[in-house]
Design a protein around this ligand. Structure first.
Ligand code: ADP
Ligand code: MG
Length: 336
């Protein structure tokens, strides 16, 4: 009934927006950043171009992440961002696509409505909203339609979301504002305190990705970084080790462990039984920090797996869920 390319999934992440087109896969992956001229309120750039402006702009231009903490803090900007991304992938205006959008779990109904309106205005024929854990599970290839408990932990930039799904619905869930960004902040704080040195967010993220860990690495890694000495105010170079990263990340990592514990405690026993055989599935970019699977496994006694294509799971699942919805009519909310 629907022509090729007419089903589109948008993963509106706190750090990254991904767009999936049925039959083509993930066609767009850009940071959820918008550059705005504060004098006029005009959106200047969106996505990667906006991100490249960070720290390099005159005072009247700011680059913002409108979804940063998992809530749509800036409604107008979010709308413009969706419109921009959707137009970028929808070259053919003749066939109106069906669009499924996955919004951060903390978003309110009003915010969700704003998102669906934006997508519709941008040319979507019909717009639906899907809950993130459901999309993550579908994208990871889980068969969630059965009466069987699956636990998904999605760690993004702004939020970590823990959910137990059975029969296509979320049974228990929790969302905390401890994810990739907080790990970056922890690195900045640690280096300021321990080395009397100020580093930028980008350096912090690089350290996290390259040598960071939340479980001891088999071989200690080290990386030389540059920053500003807080005592002299002059440039300074130090070498940071993965062991220091482990120390810096301990608190954030344990907060994620605690969220998983909380959800397990609230999960009905039958479903806990299922999870103890099936294990926990990790998705999202934040789940790639070294050792999170091992740490969670040690702290819960359960098996923990990182989904294949962890970063793309939600986007894939969001697009695929339109098919799923045709069959199930579950896991999605209102449409416009
Ligand atoms: P969201 O869904 O909230 O937009 P993502 O799933 O795209 O977020 O994840 C973004 C976060 O993942 C960022 O904090 C980024 O630093 C982190 N990240 C991406 N790749 C890695 C990696 N290899 N190791 C550790 N963290 C990573
Ligand atoms: Mg995400």
């Amino acid at each position: 009934m629907f022509k090729f390319g007419q089903d589109i999934g948008i993963d509106l992440g706190t750090a990254t927006v991904l767009v999936y087109v049925k039959g083509r896969g993930v066609v767009l992956k850009e940071p959820s950043v918008v550059a705005i001229d504060t004098n006029t309120g005009k959106v200047l750039k969106v996505g990667v171009e906006a991100q490249n402006m960070i720290g390099r702009t005159p005072g009247n231009i700011v680059a913002i992440r409108p979804l940063r903490d998992g809530v749509i803090s800036d409604y107008d900007t979010t709308e413009k961002m969706i419109r921009y991304f959707l137009r970028k992938v929808c070259k053919n205006r003749f066939f109106k696509p069906r669009v499924m959008v996955c919004v951060p779990s903390q978003a309110t109904e009003v915010e969700e409505r704003a998102v669906t309106d934006a997508a519709t205005q941008a040319g979507a024929g019909k717009t639906y909203i899907i809950e993130e854990p459901i999309a993550a599970a579908i994208g990871a290839g889980l068969d969630i339609g059965k009466p069987y408990g699956n636990m998904i932990v999605d760690i993004g930039g702004g939020t970590a979301d823990v959910a137990v799904i059975s029969l296509g619905e979320i049974v228990v869930s929790d969302s905390i504002k401890v994810a990739g960004d907080k790990f970056d902040e922890a690195v900045v704080k640690y280096i300021r305190k321990k080395h009397n040195m100020m580093i930028g967010d980008r350096t912090a993220e690089e350290l996290k990705v390259e040598i960071g860990c939340v479980y001891p690495r088999p071989v200690t890694l080290a990386k030389e970084i540059k920053g500003r000495c807080l005592v002299s105010g002059l440039p300074k170079v130090v070498t940071i080790t993965s062991e220091e990263m482990l120390e810096a990340f301990n608190e954030c990592a344990m907060q994620i462990v605690e969220a998983v514990h909380n959800v397990l405690e609230k999960t009905p026993p039958e479903l806990v039984g299922d999870i103890s055989s099936g294990g926990i599935l990790l998705t999202g970019g934040g789940s790639l920090i070294y050792g999170l699977d091992k740490l969670l496994s040690r702290e819960t006694g359960l098996e923990v797996f990182i989904a294949e294509d962890a970063v793309f799971c939600v986007a894939k699942g969001t697009g695929m869920s339109l098919d799923y919805m045709d069959n199930m009519k579950q896991g999605t909310r209102y449409s416009s």
